[in-house]
Design a protein around this ligand. Structure first.
Ligand code: ZN
Length: 376
């Protein structure tokens, strides 16, 4: 539904552009460059050089990221403010970013928090109550989470146990799985509210980050029914071109911490996606060469320079089919047989006139050939 209303607004603004006299057109164009419908949400885990490299960003690199945001003229907003804009389809100033930290690791409290506080930057910590209840020393305590909240952090929901939420247990019915997932979400929210002492005046926002970025349309619907916005780990700008329960974030840890590539991502614009198939990124054991169908509305992307990349940097085969209404349908496919695991297809194209890129990413979850799931 959201895609449709947005595409309507998009088409409308294009036809307005066409109908207006030259002077007014310049006016509209001015507005278009000053206001965008997107923001860039960064995702971190550990801010440390002693933790696993793939999920860590050292303090020096993290500081470079904040310097970069500053240098590029970004405003750092709280995730609630971004969520409110996305929900209301309100335009953003061009350069808005948010900082998010998954899992509530202790290094976020000890290292990242003082750095962000010195710059008065808002940030969000997605928390699983279970490791905090267990007093695991790698994680923040409830006292530290209360203190972080007092100092301006948004505390939000990451599920009770950091489950692979798309996975049904052996012999588990669809209903039983959905009930178990509902518990993961609502019980975690309840414990966060209780431990943090939230109130009607100072409520816990309904923001959820999927563990491992793994979700499917049933989970999106479950969260939507309960009024949550939800965040994945596929990259791309947060915009009206994705579901509100499948909002992309840019990983900024491990191999993604390089400030040069991060700069390109921060400045990236959303492709005007008006349809995509399949809806779910969860593949069957026999779907080892997934095909993605994307329909893009007319836009300022250079279609002839659009490229899509798959696992291990494979340049994917893209067939484009122009449609009568000016949109284009893309068929994106790998030439390989993919192994079990999480994979992504990333598509980019340069802007027609500006020195920035359009960006889209889709995450696949592919089980082993016998239908069992990969380990993590
Ligand atoms: Zn996590």
């Amino acid at each position: 539904m959201r895609f449709h209303s947005f595409s309507l607004a998009f088409t409308l603004s294009l036809s307005l552009l066409a109908a207006f006299p030259v002077k007014a057109e310049t006016q509209v164009e001015k507005q278009e460059t000053a206001l965008r419908h997107h923001s860039s949400i960064l995702m971190y885990h550990h801010i440390s050089s002693d933790t696993p490299r793939s999920t860590s960003t050292d303090a020096e690199t993290f500081t470079q990221h904040l310097d970069l945001l500053d240098k590029l003229g970004f405003q750092v907003w709280s995730l609630e403010k971004i969520a409110d804009h996305l929900k209301a389809n309100k335009p953003f100033p061009d350069k808005v970013a948010a900082l998010t930290f998954d899992d509530a690791y202790i290094s976020v409290y000890k290292t990242a928090m003082p750095i962000m506080q010195a710059r008065k930057l808002p940030f969000t910590i997605f928390v699983n109550a279970t490791p905090v209840n267990q007093g695991n020393k790698l994680f923040m305590s409830w006292d530290q989470l209360r203190d972080a909240r007092k100092k301006g952090a948004t505390i939000a929901n990451h599920g009770l146990e950091h489950d692979h939420m798309i996975r049904q247990q052996a012999g588990e019915s669809d209903e039983a799985w959905l009930a178990r997932m509902k518990h993961q979400i609502t019980e975690n929210q309840r414990q966060l509210e209780q431990q943090l002492g939230t109130s009607e005046k100072n409520p816990l926002p309904k923001l959820f980050a999927y563990p491992y970025g793994e979700f499917n349309p049933q989970l999106e619907a479950l969260l939507a029914e309960r009024g949550y916005l939800a965040f994945g780990q596929q990259s791309g700008p947060a915009s009206g071109f994705t579901s509100l329960q499948g909002i992309p974030r840019y990983a900024a840890n491990g191999i993604y911490a390089n400030p040069k590539t991060l700069r390109t991502k921060l400045l990236a614009l959303p492709f005007p996606v008006i349809a995509e198939e399949p809806r779910s990124g969860v593949l069957g054991a026999d779907q080892r060469s997934p095909v993605l169908m994307l329909t893009l509305a007319k836009g300022d992307y250079r279609l002839d320079q659009l490229r899509c990349y798959g696992p291990a940097g494979e340049v994917l085969k893209v067939d484009s089919q122009p449609q009568a209404d000016g949109s284009v349908t893309l068929r994106v496919a790998t030439q390989k047989t993919l192994p079990a695991g999480r994979h992504r297809y990333n598509c980019t194209a340069p802007h027609r006139t500006e020195s920035r890129w359009f960006w889209y990413s889709r995450q696949w979850m592919l089980p082993k050939t016998d239908g069992r799931w990969y380990r993590s």
